[in-house]
Design a protein around this ligand. Structure first.
Ligand code: AMP
Length: 249
């Protein structure tokens, strides 16, 4: 079984993002970039399926600037087998990513495409769903458990009211939720070994995909600043403020 894992290079989740003064986007100059956390969970799950003897090959793919090679190397150091970088400096939107992944799936014939449920930069939560639609494959989104049996993927999904389990015919698209697993850290020997694993360098034209953005960003703004709290002298003052000023009781 082959698993294709798309991994996105995004601003590290620990970074406090700054909006550019002209409000056209987020300032990426000198900002730490890392693998999108949900993609790390997808890589980890693929490796666990390989360790269980279910999967035989894990191919990781990233669409983005040349530096996204580092993201692929991280996935290779965790345990993926080889990488594909589709290099572009333009803004990549979920539809262009999904179309590229469709073309890669046609070449690679994976049994599962395992994506993150969402990228923490655009928060789109669209790519997996769009890919499933383009490929006309079944999809199991927001997975908190994945079990492969009898040629099917049983995916437990995190939904509003609790958990839902769906059985997907393979090939299928699965997207990962936070509770699926805790990704491992790559060991130093594995980081060294990953340097020798192959990464195929590609361009959007190799897949005939037009990356021209279809969305126009009108404005990006900081969230409203929280006002400082106040100290009250006693319970009576607290109750009076809640009643007369906040109007919540
Ligand atoms: P999104 O739909 O943008 O929230 O992203 C959901 C998932 O799609 C991510 O967790 C990745 O697995 C995949 N994905 C999105 N953009 C890219 C990209 N540029 N390169 C590789 N994978 C991506």
């Amino acid at each position: 079984m082959k698993i294709l894992v798309p991994v996105k290079r995004v601003v590290d989740y620990n970074v406090k993002v700054r909006v550019k003064p002209d409000q056209t986007g987020v300032d990426l100059a000198n900002v730490k970039m890392s693998m999108n956390p949900f993609c790390e969970i997808a890589v980890e799950e693929a490796i666990r399926l390989k360790e269980k003897g279910v999967a035989t090959e894990i191919v990781v793919v990233s669409i983005g600037p040349a530096q996204a090679q580092e993201t692929l190397r991280t996935a290779l150091a965790m345990g993926a087998d080889r990488g594909i970088l589709v290099e572009t400096d333009t803004t990549v939107e979920p539809l262009a990513v999904a179309k590229t992944l469709k073309a890669i799936a046609a070449e690679e014939n994976p049994d599962i495409v395992l994506l993150g449920k969402q990228a923490i930069d655009d928060d789109a939560n669209q790519t997996g769903q769009m890919l499933a639609a383009l490929l006309d494959w079944p999809q199991g989104t927001f997975a908190s458990e994945v079990a492969i049996a009898d040629g099917k993927a049983n995916v437990t999904r995190e939904i509003d009211g609790g958990l839902q389990t769906v059985a997907l015919e393979l090939p299928a698209v699965i997207t990962t939720d936070l509770r699926l697993n805790e990704p491992r850290y790559a060991s130093l020997p594995n980081i060294m070994k990953a340097k020798r694993k192959p990464i195929d360098m590609k361009k959007p034209d190799d897949y005939g995909v037009d990356f021209t953005p279809r969305l126009e960003v009108v404005k990006v703004t900081e969230p409203a600043k929280r006002e400082a709290g106040i100290k009250v002298a006693d319970v009576a003052e607290l109750v009076s403020k809640l009643k007369d000023e906040a109007g919540v009781i």
